[in-house]
Write a protein that binds this ligand. Structure first.
Ligand code: ADP
Ligand code: ADP
Ligand code: MG
Length: 457
């Protein structure tokens, strides 16, 4: 039987997956909510099927509707993309029970790793450094205070099943713990399928560094290198680059070794990312594993030449990896900017509305992954990501120059975007030198506000 893939996602990542399917000669089906009837994935897939109303719970998170759509359109596999159901072990299990291939790790592996505490415990078993903190969910304020006194302030309250920077609260002293504990716990109950919060020491001014791995059913594992994702707003990445300028050779080797150990320990099959934070003294700590394709995978594709989605699909169908570690030769530097429909100077307030016009940059070493087009309406229901602008160049300095020019060319008319902020960032001396950490962007925005920048591009 020919392979036919249902894409259980929307936006730019749905398009990215459609492109990979086309290149592999596979048919694909888009699912869409009533709010996305006019979206590009609907137009570009071989077939499209509506799975519910605009609210994610009724559509992109509705497992029964998605599985019914896959079966009724004759698909034999589901690609979950990122976000939504991509790290939901029950969805992976139900997909398999319906005799459909889940394009991702097994339900068991997702179950082991999607819970951050569980993942941490596995890492500890293999002597991978983890951030000091509670190893069980914290259920009462009394327990929280006791643990906080043991590990010391500042600390973080974290959702066990959080993601996209959601469900993390900084706590600087006992009074703040009193103020926030119950609220964070209640919000978690409401936001995440499996609730539970834990405490972690807050590591001062860390760098976010991650390792991209792929492993197939035949014990082949390949590292596709590292990414620095320290430019973050609200603990979510905004700019990513590969390779990291901060890592030295020894640390790069160590992080890769630990990431590989972890993958092998849980018999991980598929693509996935092991995230770490690294402090200014080069002490590193395991953070979590993302058991899915990541938003920033294109920067890795640009420096390795490996089509990650293509490999991911092939692995799911039990084919061996088409590359070996010795085939991977890193070339140049790639940077990605996430272009979002937000007002960065007003607390990243979402800016839905109709896009009146779009002009997309191009040229050698410029890649734009986007689902927007003129007259497309950005609804308030989903993530604010409009486009990923990725540039590649032989050196970091040239990549930054190319990114500046690409941002200058990128025109999105009708809604507020963060393009200007990214443009300014590409001129900031600390960014250009590469001396930035995860707290940098917040300070940078204050600086932009102080200088009261008028429209500059
Ligand atoms: P990355 O791929 O680098 O991890 P993000 O952290 O931004 O990127 O996550 C990608 C998308 O998935 C975002 O839209 C984010 O909101 C969503 N997401 C990821 N994990 C979760 C989660 N556990 N719960 C809800 N949304 C999530
Ligand atoms: P998510 O699942 O939302 O991606 P992560 O645990 O990966 O959550 O953390 C997201 C970001 O929050 C990190 O990249 C980092 O900037 C910050 N962070 C998380 N844990 C810590 C910590 N213990 N100390 C300092 N910063 C942290
Ligand atoms: Mg993370």
């Amino acid at each position: 039987m020919a392979n036919k893939i249902l894409i259980a996602n929307r936006g730019e990542i749905a398009l990215r997956i459609i492109r990979a399917c086309k290149e592999l000669g596979m048919e694909c089906v888009s699912v869409y909510s009533e709010a996305d009837a006019d979206s590009l994935p609907v137009k570009m897939a071989d077939e499209a099927i509506c799975i519910g109303s605009a609210h994610s719970e009724d559509s992109y998170l509705n497992m029964t509707n998605i599985l019914s759509a896959a079966i009724s359109t004759g698909c034999n596999a589901i690609h979950p993309g990122y976000g939504f159901l991509s790290e939901n072990d029950q969805f992976a299990e139900w997909t398999a029970k319906c005799n459909l291939t889940f394009i991702g790790p097994s339900s068991k592996t997702i179950g082991l790793l999607s819970n951050k505490l569980n993942a941490k415990k596995i890492a500890m078993r293999y002597h991978i450094p983890t951030v000091p903190g509670s190893l069980e969910p914290v259920n009462s304020l009394e327990d929280a205070i006791r643990i906080a006194n043991e590990i010391g302030y500042p600390l973080l309250l974290k959702a066990m099943e959080g993601g996209g920077g959601k469900g993390i609260q900084e706590i600087h002293n006992q009074q703040e713990l009193h103020e926030h504990f119950d609220r964070v716990r209640l919000e978690n109950k409401a936001n995440f399928k499996k609730d539970g919060i834990f405490i972690e020491k807050w590591i001062a001014n860390p760098h976010h560094i991650e390792i991209q791995l792929i492993r197939d059913y035949h014990n082949n594992i390949v590292s596709l290198g590292d990414r620095d994702c320290s430019i973050q707003r609200r603990k979510q990445k905004l700019v990513e680059e590969s390779p990291s300028l901060f890592l030295n050779l020894d640390l790069r080797k160590q992080l890769t070794k630990d990431a590989v150990t972890l993958f092998e320990a849980v018999d991980y099959v598929g693509v996935g990312t092991v995230e770490f934070i690294v402090d200014n003294d080069f002490r590193y700590y395991f953070l979590e594993v993302n058991t899915r394709l990541q938003v920033e995978h294109p920067v890795t594709e640009m420096v390795t030449g490996v089509d990650i989605v293509r490999e991911q699909i092939k692995i799911a169908f039990h084919q061996p990896l088409s590359i070996r570690q010795e085939d991977i030769h890193y070339q140049g530097v790639a940077i990605e900017c996430r272009i979002t429909a937000e007002d960065p100077l007003h607390d990243f307030l979402p800016s839905p509305g109709m896009i009146k016009n779009v002009i997309v940059p191009g040229g050698l070493g410029v890649r734009v992954d986007t689902h927007i087009y003129p007259n497309y309406v950005i609804t308030p229901y989903y993530d604010s990501l409009l486009a990923k602008l990725i540039v590649w160049a032989p050196t970091r300095r040239e990549a930054i120059r190319r990114m500046r020019w690409a941002l200058e060319q990128f025109l999105i008319d009708g809604i507020q975007t963060n393009i200007e902020l990214l443009y300014l960032l590409m001129h900031n001396p600390d960014f250009v030198r590469g001396t930035y950490d995860t707290l940098f962007l917040t300070k940078f925005i204050e600086l932009v506000k102080e200088n009261n920048h008028e429209s500059i591009i």
